[in-house]
Design a protein. Structure first.
Length: 374
């Protein structure tokens, strides 16, 4: 896949990651409100033309530590305290900046572990889908006060890539203090060449990445390449570009220099390859003929079409889908754990709430989570 038109215009769902060094003035610890406003103006413009935007924003520690009068180096619990203080200010600033455009902000605090546990992953994905459907702009940061590992700057590059993967985004933009990937750190090596497009993270590419260039919240190129790897396998295009100019998304649309990491497939194909290739099935759903025909024609699987269920599985686990003769016709991610699925099989979706006592999804396997054989 090469870029023919601008991926920013094409993205249906776009993730934008903002690092501490862009958002927070190093000397004062204040949020750069003019810059934030200009970013939010851009976000509002994209939203108005029908694109969905999720912001992943760092800055909580950098903002909060000034308010608590802490000076580096901070101990872990001091960083966590700083994050708790700074996060509320960050969220408030985003709320004000987006409210000017009548846009509702939703704060989502995630840990990296949330993105790696399939059940929490599904919950987070459904929440993000719902927020976007309702017109809100999610603003995500790592949940630093409960993070069990050391808060590391640069982690939000990876978190943003996980959010892109989780939400099936088509593009992730990492706004940085540099305009892209070079063959070596250009601050140290004047002969470093700029790379406009990368399609694979080879060992040669990995060897190009050096340490961070500044002192406020930096992960360097290493964490950006980790993010790029996640994006490439998730079918999501990823950009590294300079975030400093006001209206940074507009600048990108207008042809600012950028490195694009371009996957060979789109997010849906990548997701289906992941379901088909890397998950062990934990059980089987046996369908009636009508349901088997519906699935063959591209529909989702409803509880009404299931006759029997084998195995023990959790919500989000992979299960095989079998026809009336027991032949495997596909596989997919179950939206219900085995016991709940057994309770609602053969029933209409409208009955789910009265049977289970909660209103879950209408489908047992959504068509986006289903891969048919052959
Ligand atoms: N191969 C490379 N290409 C570009 N920048 C590199 C490279 N290796 C190291 N760097 C450094 O990484 C820095 C960007 O990372 P970082 O400071 O963490 O950005 P941010 O804070 O915006 O996330 C650049 O300013 C640059 O000094
Ligand atoms: N979660 C932390 C920052 C983590 C992080 O990755 O920071 P950065 O390298 O500035 O994107 C915070 O909000 O301070």
């Amino acid at each position: 896949m090469t870029v023919t038109t601008n991926p920013i215009n094409e993205a249906r769902r776009l993730i934008v990651k903002i690092g501490s060094s862009l958002l927070v003035d190093e000397a004062s610890g204040h949020i750069r409100r003019t810059w934030m406003d200009s970013l939010c103006d851009d976000v509002a413009r994209l939203r108005a033309r029908g694109q969905e935007v999720i912001l992943v924003s760092s800055g909580a520690v950098a903002v909060g530590r000034r308010h608590l009068g802490l000076t580096p180096p901070l101990r872990l619990e001091e960083k966590q305290a700083a994050a708790a203080t700074g996060q509320i200010r960050l969220a408030h600033a985003y709320q004000e900046a987006l409210e000017r455009h009548g846009i509702t902000v939703a704060q989502v605090l995630l840990t990296l572990a949330d993105s790696e546990d399939r059940r929490r992953f599904l919950n987070a994905r459904n929440t993000l889908d719902t927020l976007l459907r309702l017109g809100a702009v999610p603003v995500i940061n790592e949940n630093d006060t409960v993070a069990t590992t050391e808060i590391r700057f640069g982690d939000n590059d990876r978190l943003a890539a996980r959010v892109a993967q989780m939400s099936g985004a088509d593009a992730l933009v990492l706004f940085s203090d540099i305009d892209g990937l070079y063959t070596a750190d250009p601050r140290k090596n004047p002969d470093a060449r700029f790379l406009a497009e990368v399609t694979e993270i080879t060992p040669d590419i990995e060897a190009m990445a050096g340490d961070p260039g500044s002192s406020v919240g930096t992960g360097g190129m290493v964490t950006k390449l980790v993010a790029a790897k996640i994006c490439l396998s998730a079918g999501c295009r990823m950009a590294i570009c300079k975030g400093e100019p006001l209206h940074p998304l507009t600048a990108l649309e207008n042809g600012a220099r950028v490195t694009w990491f371009l996957p060979s497939a789109g997010p849906m194909t990548a997701r289906k390859q992941w379901i088909a290739g890397s998950m062990s099935p934990m059980g089987s759903l046996h369908l009636d003929d009508g349901a088997a025909r519906a699935l063959a024609s591209g529909k989702s699987l409803l509880p009404a079409g299931i006759r029997a269920i084998d195995g023990e599985f959790d919500r989000g686990d992979c299960v095989l889908v079998r026809d009336g003769a027991g032949r495997v016709i596909g596989r997919g991610l179950s939206a219900y754990a085995a016991d709940d699925a057994r309770a609602i099989m053969g029933r209409k979706s409208a009955d789910i709430e009265s049977v289970l006592g909660y209103r879950g999804r209408d489908e047992i396997i959504h068509r986006d989570d289903l891969v048919m054989e052959g």
